[in-house]
Design a protein around this ligand. Structure first.
Ligand code: ZN
Length: 104
């Protein structure tokens, strides 16, 4: 479900409070807009696991997903990700939904 207009306004305010400019820092021309959806960026960690019969398997293992707001430049396509916790919006936008999903 896309962000509501109220949620989009909260995101724009949080970005502004943290110094994110309204104009793209790459091309210096394009207006930045907030995508309609949260991006969940998969995060992996390098470590070793012991599996049956003492076999050690080394590799990259999923440790979670970083929920991020996607900000895109309308001119050059520069795309920036801002973690919801860093914006102070985790609880408001995802926390309750995550708790409900895990409670199933
Ligand atoms: Zn740009």
């Amino acid at each position: 479900m896309p962000f509501t207009e109220e949620e989009r306004q909260r995101i724009r305010e949080a970005l502004k409070e943290r110094g994110v400019p309204g104009i793209c820092p790459v091309c210096q021309k394009g207006e930045l807009w907030v995508s309609d959806y949260i991006a969940f960026v998969p995060v992996r960690e390098k470590h070793a696991e012991v599996r049956g019969a003492g076999t050690i398997v080394e590799g990259l293992f999923p440790v979670g997903d970083l929920p991020c707001v996607v900000v895109v430049c309308a001119e050059c396509g520069n795309t920036m990700l801002f973690h919801l916790s860093g914006l102070g919006l985790w609880d408001e936008l995802v926390g309750g939904l995550e708790a409900a999903r895990r409670g199933r």
